[in-house]
Design a protein around this ligand. Sequence first.
Ligand SMILES: *Cc1c(COP(=O)(O)O)cnc(C)c1O
Length: 443
Amino acid sequence: MSTAERPALEQSRHLATEIPGPRSRELAARQAASVPGALAPTMPVYAARAYDGILEDVDGNRLIDLGSGIAVTSVGAAAPAVVENVQSQVAEFTHTCFMVTPYEGYVEVAERLGEKSPVPGETRTALFNSGAEAVENAVKVARAYTGRQAVAAFDHAYHGRTTLTMALTAKQMPYKHSFGPFAPEVYRVPGSYPLRDGGLDGVAAAQATISALEKQIGADSLAAVIMEPVQGEGGFIVPAEGFLPTVVDWCRENGVLFIADEVQSGFARTGAWFACEHEGIEPDLITTAKGIAGGMPLSALTGRAEIMDSVHAGGLGGTYGGNPVACAAALGVFETIESQGLIEAAQRIEQVIRGHFEQNADDRIGEVRGRGAMMAIEFVDPATGAPDAELCGAVAKAVRETGVILLTCGTYGNVVRFLPPLTISEELLREGLQEVTDALKAV
Ligand SMILES: *Cc1c(COP(=O)(O)O)cnc(C)c1O
């Protein structure tokens, strides 16, 4: 059926069966016999369709989506502009390989990213398939430009699951366990985690970071410092004010490139085009993916022209990078964010989430934090402040059984994160948040 003929997906929660229902359980059995168990799902309900704040499963259950497939379907999982662009592109051609015979969509995505990105001055953008691939290429470019090899990443960082990006990622289980050896010349330094570093102010935290960079690596060996301006998988950690600008200034003074990994925080998610904007920092290189193309696989590395152009011809690329259908989807995402005012929508979502947990305060919630529609609550033992992963797991499980897709994260596994589509209705959002509060009361 074309989108025009298909009835709209009703924007209300509806439980037709238990969660997961019989059809999902059947599929789960087939999955277990054909897909490795390493790909264990958060919620074993099989998707049939999704639109704005609702995902409908194969048993006819309509679930409230507070996850967006991990911050991907920010414009919704079937935004009309994305669907239209994809349908018309796929009927023209699906692939030529941009390095063999280029096409306009790629160039247009590069132009739009150049306009929107916080990278100063003239920029260049190269497109890839996944966030990890964009990060790998950021490191390649930084090494080529600086002639240096070392890269510094932070405590609680997440940058992907390939060999190099596993090395950059902090958390052992499940991302790195048993998969070593890891890529060399990657160093880990402390960052800023206001709830857990005794409320160290941003500048003081940055001075500790800089001291580690100078003492343990040495600026003249360091190609780049890479950081998520809001740390994602590590727990939606917003560094204390002043941390990011201080680190970025040090990088600039020492010829070290600053790479902002905005794979999760980018594309309107935090209530700005990019999270760098909240503190006015200007990265040399920025990686984007997730929200970039409404679910089509696409990622990007945008950087200062001088840096990006330092790489020899043929040095960057890949068979599928910047696939024309994915580029068409990305252009639909740019259009949708602007025409539907989704940056403002993300800001409103932050207000609703903060307001809800102010009105429903609980001493087991150690902190409500985040920016825009990238918000989280961290569960603690109220007596000691220690992370409470067990409570977090119990709350998430209970909430999911009510038909709400809810994600967790955090180095200590004690953080519930809210990543709704920016197009979710306020009513559905509030209904989902109330389930979290009800579950917390009940456990
Ligand atoms: C998800 C994520 C990645 C990896 O992206 P993939 O598309 O899964 O390879 C890298 N960096 C950050 C900050 C992410 O959130």
